[in-house]
Structures are given as C-alpha cells and as structure tokens.
Design a protein around this ligand. Structure first.
Ligand code: GAL
Length: 739
C-alpha cells in the first residue's frame, strides 16, 4: 500500500524531479527510539509508534538530554530503478547517512550492509560519516519497492545520534571513485610557491582520460591571476601527478581550483584549496625569552620547567632567585629539583649568546595551584587516533623539543589506545604492545625538558573500547605516578553505563572527585583535564571539583563548520576561566590530521587556521596540537610559534575573551590582559573579503591609542576614533591595544 502511494507521488512530481530522479533525499521521514532489539532491523517491524527524528540534530539537541547508550533509527524509502537506468556507471548505489555518533550499524531490509567498527563490537565503533555503497545486485536491495533502512547506534557519551547535512542515496558516479589529493606539502621558494597534487582512482576499472585545469584566483577581487590546462589520464593503478610553481604574490591566501574533466563521460570533479601565507616574522638571532610569566608547582613535588628561548645557538641560561631545592642546567635551560617552601618567587631569567643577552622577570609560585596558564602541548588523538604508539610519541617529543619548546610548548599527551586488554593479577593497569616501556618513554620525554600526559576513563571502558579506570582509580593514579605522568585526560565514555541514566550534577561530579582525590595522593603535579563534553555546564563547577581544564563541547573536526561553531559559542563559558582552571573547546586541527593511520592536510583554509589559533588563544584554551609532528610544514610551524599570539593565550590574568560584537558577517572578541592592554580578534565569518570598521568607543576601546597587529608583530597607524581593517574570508585580524 505504502509503495503505491510513493509511486503516485513520484509520477505526479516527475516533471520537476530531474535532480531528485538521480538522487534520493533521505533527510526526512526518520523515526527513532532509545533501546536495542534485533527485531528493529527487520522490515515487517511496526515503527509507527516511534518518535520523529530530526537528523539535522543530535539526540541531545532535539530535546533528549544526556541520551547515551543504544538507540535505533528507521526510515522507509522507495528506490526507483530509474536511478540505475540513468546512471553512467551501473555498479553500485551509494548511501550517505550523515554522521554516526559513536558506534553504528546500518541494516538494509534486515541485512547488515555497513558498520563503523572493526574489532570488538559496536561499542568500539568510532563516530564518523555513515557513507557506504551497496552493489546494485545485492539481494537486500529492493528496486522499485519500499526499503527499510535501519541504523543501530551506540553513543558512548556526550552528544550522539545519527545527524548531519548529507542524507541521500544515489548511484555511484564515475567521479565518486576519484580523489584529487592535495595532501602533499607546499614548496616555498624564495619568490615562489609550488606543490605536486595527484589525481587518483580509488577503485573500479575505468580509464579516466581528459584534462586538468589549474586556476589561481585572487579572492579579494575575484580575478583569475593564473590559469593552465593540461591533459590528464589515470586509472586505479596509475595516478596522475601535476606539479606547479607559481610566483608568491602578496601576503594573503589565493584560491587554487583544480578541475578534472573526463572526456568520455563528460563528468567533472573539482577541489579548491587556499595558498598558505606566513605572517609570523622570522625568529631573530638575538636571544629572546618566550613563554608565560608565571609557573606554579606544588611544594615537595618534582619540578620541571624548560626556559623557552629563541636565538642563535649556543644559548647560555641563567636564573636568579630560584627557590631553594631547584637548579638550572645552564646549557639546556631546564630547571629541575624539588622546592619545599611555599611562596611566590620573583626570578630573573637571562639567556645569552654571542650576539647579546635578554632578561625576563618570571614568578615561580610554589603552592597548591598548578596549571596557572593553559597547557601548551600535543595530544595524539587528532593525528593518530587509536594507532598511536611509542615511536610516534617519541617523534612528537623530538619535534616539540627541537622546534616548539623554545616557544613554551611543554606537554606530550598520549590519548586513547595505550592500554592492555587486561589488568595484571593485582589489578594494575598495563600497557599494550604498542607501548613496551611506558616508564622509559616518560623518562625520555622528561629528559627533553617536556612533560608527559596520559588518558583514561572513569568508566569500565574508554571511548575507543580500551580499559578504563572504573573501580581502579587509586591504583591507576599510583601507576601514573610511578611512570612519571604529568597530565591526565579523563574521558566520561562508558561511565554512562555505571551511573544513573539521567545523571544529576552530583553524579557528574562524582567520578572526577574520586580521581582527583586519587591523584592528590601521588607525589607529582598531575594536571587534571576533564573530558565530558560540557555536560551539566561543567564550566560552572569544573574548577571546584579539581579540574585544571574541562572540555566544553563534543569532538572537533577539521572543518570550518565544526571549528567555528565550537569556537564562536564559548561566550557562555567565559566566567569559568581563571588561573589554574580553563575551558577546553577541544584540540587543534591544524597541520596533518587523520584520527588514525592515514593523514590528510587539515581541511581548514589558511585563513580559517589563523582564526582557529587566534580564537583559541583569546579563549585561554589549552592549546593541544593534534597533528603529525613528524611533518610540520613551514606554515603550520609559523602558526604555532608566534610568540605574541601565544602570549595572549598564556596571559597570567587567565581571563577568557568575551564576544563584544556579533553581526551577520563578523564578530569581535575581546580579552583583558594582565598589563591593562586588551587583545581583540576581529573575525570575518562571511566568505567574502570585508572592510570591518570598529568605532573604538563602542568597542570599549576608547583611549586605547596603540594598536599592534599581533600576527605580524607590528604597530598599525590608525585614526583616533575608529579602527578599520580588511579581513579575509573566514579570517581574522588579531590586535593588542594599549593606552
Ligand atoms: C572521545 C574524546 C576524544 C578522544 C576519544 C578517544 O570521547 O572526546 O578527544 O579522547 O574519545 O577514544
């Protein structure tokens, strides 16, 4: 009956259905319910009593707060054979079902056709696109009939569900098997910029033959500044490489568009990327001391701080006024030892080389408060996901020591995936084969003057399905102490299975209080980073429960939508930030990311990356690099080593920026700084160049006469009453204003 009605609607709509005749929009008609039953996969099951699901939203966003665990979605859909008839390739049907968050299984008329987990079970599934193909001959596919698509889902915690922008079914197109790979690095010549890109077929036997057009556009004027077309042929076995060199033009990002046209099918595929441009000035040969102005450690615990300084090597370090018990290695700048006496110590660091010397006043606070400024470090997750191992951590530590520690970067944090499957007979946690010697690894990281972080969950299992600390909190804290761990990220995950299904505020605090008490028994300063995705407005209480930072959101992705939605929604959290306690809008997505073994260049444009680093610094967020540090290209490195930008993040006042203007196409965020100046980010949220004009009095900047462009590290000449600046699409101008 239902089938016939659909047929009728399709016939009536036929005249204007040309697009939908080749593509079925699946964004509507979904139903869902919480729970789990294998019967819900089967077509005859009657789901008419289920709730209507809005698949543009997570469970939580559609009014089901803290819905974790199992749930199912179902939709009934006619699939007309005209789709197949009109297609150029007639091999398979492609389904896009938004994102599955976290573990997901898709059943087509009762048959499992896709799952996002490989080992274990659905609980180890990792959220990601619900994107897959089904052969046109698959008996599960019922052409010209109603099909029941059912999704079984397991959400480990935080936001969950089946949701996203892209819900459709279409025949796999000849271009669906083609990727334009732009993941190579840009080559920076003196006056030129170059790159090699690849056209690849990811499957099938088709011979692609046609042309690749390469176009460089100035986004400010929308004019094409360079254009070239080349023949291009490739197959699944033989990629095509195109190498170009263009003159480096002005200091801004140009838009490059690569378009391949296949002659036989007439189909096209395009990809666009922005050229990188570096604003951070070159590091000077004369010594300069970077990093925060203040550092806290608890009395009686091991002290470790490497004085961050740039300048031509060799550098010689000196520190006057160190608390007793601490010593400085004059050749490496590493301060270590144990200080027993509480107090604020006014220290003077001096760093010299053959070109001169530089001195900086610094305060060491020996007391109960640690993590006085947001953590600067690296975390394995956004780069390596569960494939992290000892070697990757060492590579990152070496890169941090060589290239970043001179700017204050300090933490090397292992995320999920280090834990063994079982505890030992005493119940102690063990590492898996990827980490043969955690103590040895930690010693190595410490020998570089860096600190080491680790990850666990208060639940029985972590989000990646590894062992959590449930009922072993004290033991795990002790093990971390024995290994020499300095930072713990504690991720809610399966804790939802062992607490109430509707946790109260007390329920939410409990696992964090328990681990805090366990960490306090260890004679190390272990920064405590909560990861529970902002539940219960954690920014209002995370500090009281002993958090040094707490995630305020779900997981970030390397897209403008994800980064900007998270970053620009933090105003509500601002009051929660203070020295020792910071909001964490999740880790950075610049450089090569991948959440697993294969890495790609971040999908953020260069200007979006400037926005990301500027906004996170204004928000006093922990800055945790999430990329493959073995491959830091010059642009990424320039983003992470701008000392004046980092100084905004590391400002000792510990305030978070407030949103001081929000218009349709731009926003202004302003942060109070310790010296009475203000950091102001003017963000263009539109996709066009804009001239943004701030009336200084309206913007709360009346009387602030000096305006310094922080990325370029130079003063700007501005008119008295206003500040006018050109801001690139999705980009920022970050200034520091003073009187
Ligand atoms: C997520 C968390 C990520 C990462 C992952 C590990 O819940 O938000 O940052 O830690 O778990 O499985």
């Amino acid at each position: 009956m239902r089938t016939k009605i659909y047929m009728l609607i399709i016939c009536l709509a036929a005249p204007f259905l040309t697009v939908s005749a080749q593509e079925i929009n699946l964004a509507h008609g979904w139903k869902f319910r919480i729970g789990d039953s294998s019967a819900w996969a089967l077509p005859p099951y009657n789901d008419s009593g289920w709730k209507t699901a809005d698949v543009s939203k997570t469970w939580e966003q559609q009014g089901y707060p803290q819905t974790d665990g199992f749930g199912w979605y179902r939709v009934h859909q006619l699939i007309p054979s005209s789709l197949k008839e009109k297609a150029f390739l007639k091999d398979s049907l492609h389904f896009d079902l938004g994102y599955l968050d976290d573990g997901g299984e898709v059943y087509l008329n009762g048959k499992l056709v896709y799952k996002n987990w490989k080992t274990g079970d659905i609980k180890s599934g990792l959220y990601g696109p619900g994107s897959f193909s089904v052969s046109v001959n698959d008996p599960a596919l019922h052409w010209d009939e109603e099909n029941v698509i059912a999704v079984r889902l397991f959400d480990t915690g935080g936001n969950g569900g089946v949701y996203g922008d892209k819900f459709d079914i279409k025949m796999t197109d000849v271009m669906d098997n083609v990727t334009i790979s732009t993941d190579g690095d840009f080559y920076y010549g003196e006056k030129s910029l170059g790159k090699a890109i690849k056209l690849k077929a990811t499957g099938g036997n088709y011979n692609y033959a046609g042309r690749l057009s390469f176009k460089v556009t100035d986004p400010e004027t929308d004019t094409i500044v360079y254009q070239k077309t080349n023949p291009a042929n490739f197959t699944a076995h033989r990629p095509f490489t195109y190498t170009f060199t263009i003159a480096r033009l002005d200091k801004k990002s140009y838009r490059i568009t690569y378009t391949f046209t296949d002659e036989h099918s007439g189909k096209q595929i395009s990809k666009t990327e922005g050229t990188p441009y570096i604003l951070t000035p070159y590091v000077k040969a004369k010594p300069r001391i970077n990093g925060p102005d203040v550092f806290g450690e608890r009395p009686g615990n091991p002290f470790l701080y490497r004085i961050p300084a740039t300048g031509q090597k060799p550098l010689v370090y000196k520190a006057d006024g160190l608390p007793s018990g601490l010593t400085l290695d004059a050749a490496t700048g590493i301060i270590s030892g144990v200080a027993d006496t509480k107090g604020d110590y006014a220290v003077a660091f001096t760093v010299s080389n053959k070109l001169g010397s530089s001195t900086k006043k610094f305060t060491i606070k020996i007391g109960e408060l640690i993590g006085l400024t947001p953590a600067l470090g690296w975390n394995s997750w956004n780069a390596w996901g569960l494939t992290v191992n000892d070697q990757k951590v060492r590579t990152s530590a070496n890169a941090m020591a060589d290239k970043l520690s001179a700017h204050g970067w300090m933490y090397i944090n292992i995320d999920d995936g280090w834990e063994a499957a079982n505890r030992n007979a005493n119940g102690e946690i063990l590492t898996n084969a990827k980490f043969p010697d955690m103590k040895g690894l930690t010693d190595y990281v410490h020998s570089l003057g860096l600190r080491m972080g680790i990850y666990s969950s208060p639940g029985p299992k972590t989000c990646g399905g590894y062992l959590g600390s449930w009922q072993h909190e004290g033991q795990d804290a002790k093990t971390y102490g024995d290994w020499g761990i300095d930072y713990l990220k504690y991720d809610w995950c399966s804790y939802s299975e062992v607490t109430s299904s509707r946790p109260t505020l007390d329920d939410m605090k409990k696992p964090y209080q328990l681990m805090r008490a366990s960490l306090d028994k260890v004679h190390r300063d272990i920064l405590f980073s909560f990861c529970q995705y902002g539940m219960g407005d954690v920014w209002n209480w995370g500090g009281q429960v002993g958090g040094n930072s707490w995630r305020t959101t779900g997981d970030i992705e390397d897209t403008w939508k994800s980064m900007s939605t998270i970053g620009f929604s933090q105003d509500k959290t601002a009051e929660g930030a203070k020295p020792g306690h910071f909001n964490d809008p999740d880790m950075l997505v610049v450089g090569k990311v991948g959440w697993g073994d294969s890495q790609h260049n971040t999908r953020l444009t260069p200007d979006e990356q400037y926005t990301h680093i500027s906004l996170w610094s204004l928000l006093s967020s922990p800055l945790l690099i999430g990329c493959d540090m073995g491959h830091l290209d010059p642009f990424t490195l320039s983003l992470l080593t701008n000392d004046e930008v980092l100084a905004i993040d590391q400002d000792a006042l510990g305030r978070e920026a407030r949103q001081t203007a929000k218009k349709d196409d731009y926003q202004v965020w302003t942060k109070e700084l310790e010296d009475g100046s203000k950091a102001v980010g003017i963000f263009n949220t539109s996709d066009k160049y804009q001239l943004i004009k701030l009336n200084k009095a309206d913007a709360g900047l009346g009387g602030y006469t000096k305006v310094r462009d922080v990325w370029q590290q130079k003063y700007l000449i501005t008119a008295a009453g206003e500040f006018v600046t050109k801001v690139p699409p999705h980009g920022v101008v970050l200034v520091r204003v003073s009187k």
